[in-house]
Every structure is written in structure tokens, then in C-alpha cells.
Design a protein around this ligand. Sequence first.
Ligand code: GDP
Length: 493
Amino acid sequence: MRAVFLSKNMAETVRPPVVTILGHVDHGKTTLLDFIRQTTVAAREVGGITQATSAYQVEHQGKLITFIDTPGHAAFEKMRARGAKLADIAILVVAVDDGVMPQTVEAIKHIKSAGIPMIVALNKVDLPGIDVKVQTEKIKKQLSDKEVLIEEYGGDVPLVPVSAKTGQGVPELLETITLVAEIHELKGDSQKPAEGIIIESRLDKFRGPVATVLVRDGTLKRGDKMAVGEASGKVRGMTDWSGKIVDKAGPSMPVEVLGFEKVPPVGVNLGEVKGAEGNGKAKAVSLIERLKETGSEVLNVVVKADKQGSLEAITTALEKFNEEKQLVKVLSSGTGDITYSDIGLAVASKAIVLGFNVKVVPTAQRLAEVNNVLIRTYNIIYELLDEMEDVVEGILQPGKVEEVFGRAQIIAEFPYGKGEKIAGCKILEGTISKGPKVRLVRDGEVVGEMKIKSLKRLKEEVSKVEKGQECGMIFDTAIEFTPGDIVESFRLL
Ligand code: GDP
């Protein structure tokens, strides 16, 4: 019986409304925002707080309200144009002395196209010499001409007379906001990964890219991965609007976030927020090594992703590597977790397995371990593609990705037999062995490759020499060397 009541939406709760203020210039938007913030700040903490973000939260009779401090149509329009639903409720500020003005009309248009409920705040009712009653009636008519129907006119738009200067009517305005929010049943689910919008971003000299994120739903936590366009990153630190450090931000909460690698664009949705566990950045080197082991010039891959859309984006991007020559071959692609049969296919075709936003089922993990199949999982598409790019570069340009494991300097030369020379060397770093290819480097440039056919230490033939030792080398080719040249032992990946 209890299970029935524990519905799957148990985590869904009422979330605070997100409110934005619009209206004609000088009608009092900034003053109203300031008044609301200052009065609630005073109630919270003596001494006041400097606002750190362009959004803040206030508490009215135990209920939170989020205000976005971006008066101005440009910002609002930008957000809307980018498809981001920023606010839940709009407050249209109209000065009682001035009435409906051109920017009031513009604001009405924006609010209507955003499809969100509106509250009219009739501001400056404290102004002396104004017949508020007469003006109010006049403005109600002006509004109805613009198809904004006030409650008394049979519409659903509340009108609240206020003074941003004296604070008169402000509690009623806050009360109206919470009522409208209740009617619209704003819900959030704090258990979900966060969805959010970047409402402000900048490059801080000391802290790097800083973004104010309005969490629309879910919870943003420290360590979560974020991606906005080309800007991705991990939440390294968060502060609330008053500058207090927080570990997480739930639905409707604005937070200042550190951790983006680039400054993210304003007005866009914060995408791909993923849990903190994620995998570390994998190394392309081991993939290139694996490829060399298979002796193949084409990297066979099995791709799995959570959604068809991501899968297509990945396979299309991988195909781009094949413009000149086939380098990557997608043997199989599909949605869902990485399974036993995916690994089976990878074993049979010496492929690697790429996963995007998917898990590896335990049986598949075991099979992969036994057969030494490489699995790479990613939460950010760019990371996947970056790594593949490194791999492809390693295939295309052998020598670009390499490992040097020994360096010797030629300190003298001695004639030996017929036209041959012995290079007298001192090993500067690592080890150098007889047999595998080495190269001759002069002034930082490779001047030739050869093998060491004889390696002598104190007249004794040895197979390798180590750092600090001196030795004599005879090369298999008649390469011209001079004292000062470097002999390097290396490995191409
Ligand atoms: P905004 O351009 O809409 O942000 O308008 P402001 O908040 O900057 O206000 C414009 C001017 O109107 C300022 O000089 C304010 O002091 C004044 N003002 C704003 N609200 C009130 C009010 O309720 N009463 C009175 N008397 N003046 C106000």
C-alpha cells in the first residue's frame, strides 16, 4: 500500500518563481529591485550584503522568490530568441504619472510572446500632486487597449499600486507573486541533474571564467560537468547571490559558478550537466599504442550513446576523419549501455569501444578485462572528439607522437677500419640499446636515422648503455656525424 503513495514523482516539489521586471525607462525598475533586495537583506543580515550576482532570492512569508536583475528588453529578448525560458512571471512596471509608453508596449509584446503570466506594478503612487485614482483608471484603459486585461476588467492580470521609494504596496506585490506562482503550480525536481541558463558571464582576472547560472530544474553540484556551446568545464566552486559558498543549487536558484574553461555565452541553456563521478581525461597515447599493436592502419570503433541524436553527432564527426583516407571505421553504433555483445564484436575485430553518456554492463566489463579491450566513456562530446583527433593525428603523422627514451652526446670521433668511424659518446639521459633505430640530431633537427651495429664500453661489446656512462658506437650507415651531435633512441607511437 505504501508503495502506491510513494509515487515516482516524489522528488518533485514546488519551486520558487523566477521573476523578471520590465517596463519603460525611468518608470522605476531598478529602484523597485533595489528596494526589494535591500529590505530583505536587512532582514537577513545586519550590515547588508553586496550583491554578487545579477539575480537574487528573497523570502516572503517563508516562501522564496527569485528576482533576475536584468531590467532591459535586450537581455530579455536575447534569452527568448535563444529559446531559453528565463522567467516564470514578469512584472510590468508602469509609472502612475506617465502611463503606458512605447517601451511599455514593447515589454508587453515580449511578455506575451514568452507566454508567461504578468503582474502590473503601478509605481510611484507616492508622487505628490498626482490624482492616483484618475491616473489608475486611465492606465487600466491604456493597458486594455494593448490587450492586457486587468482583473477588474475581467482579465487575469493583477494590478498592484506600489512605491519603490517608500515601499508602499511592496509586500502586496510579493504576496501577489507568490499567489500567481501557486496558481501556475511551478514544480521542480531536485533529484535530477541540473538544467540551467547562463544569465551572466565574464572573465575574472584571478578566478578565470565566471558564470551566473540560473538553475531551472534539478540540482547543480560541485564537480558536475557542464557544457555550453564550446565552453565546457566542471563546477569547481559555487556561491549564492550574497557571495556565500554553497555546494549545490536547486531549482530556481541563481549561483555564481567557477570552472568553465572558456567564458560561456549568455542566454543559452546549460547543457550536459553530469554527475561528479565521470571518468578522467583518457590518454590518446594508449589508444595509439593499441592501434600499433593490432598492426592496422584503421582504428575500428564500436560506438554506443544514450540518444540517437548524440550517436549521429558522434558518427558524423568521426566520419570527418576519413576525408583523405580511411582512418576510423565505425563497425557498429547504437543507443544504450555497452553490452557483452558490443565487447564480443570489439574482440573479434580488434576494435575499441566508445561510449557517450552510457554505462558498461558488468558482464561486458569482465569480458573486456579478460580480452584486453579498451573502453572509453565520455560525458562531453568534445572530449571524445578531441581524443579521437589526437589518435588520428598519431596515425597520420607518426613521429608527432613519440617517446624518446635515451639521449647521448657525441664527444669525439675516432677512425675505425676502412672509412668507418667510431662515435665516442656520453649518455645524457635514459638508455640507448644496440639494435633498434636511433637518430642523429644536430641543433635540434633530425639529420638522419640509423642503427647501432656495435656498442662498446671499455672495449667490451654491450647491448645497452645508461645515463652517465661513456661508450663507443659504430653505426650501420656511413652517416656524417661530428662532435656535439646528439644520438637519440626513440619510439614512435
Ligand atoms: P528604471 O529606468 O525603470 O530602472 O527607473 P529607475 O529605477 O532608475 O527610476 C527612475 C527615477 O524614478 C529615479 O529618479 C527614481 O528615484 C525615481 N523613482 C523610482 N520609483 C519611484 C517611486 O516609487 N516614487 C518616486 N517618487 N520616485 C521613484
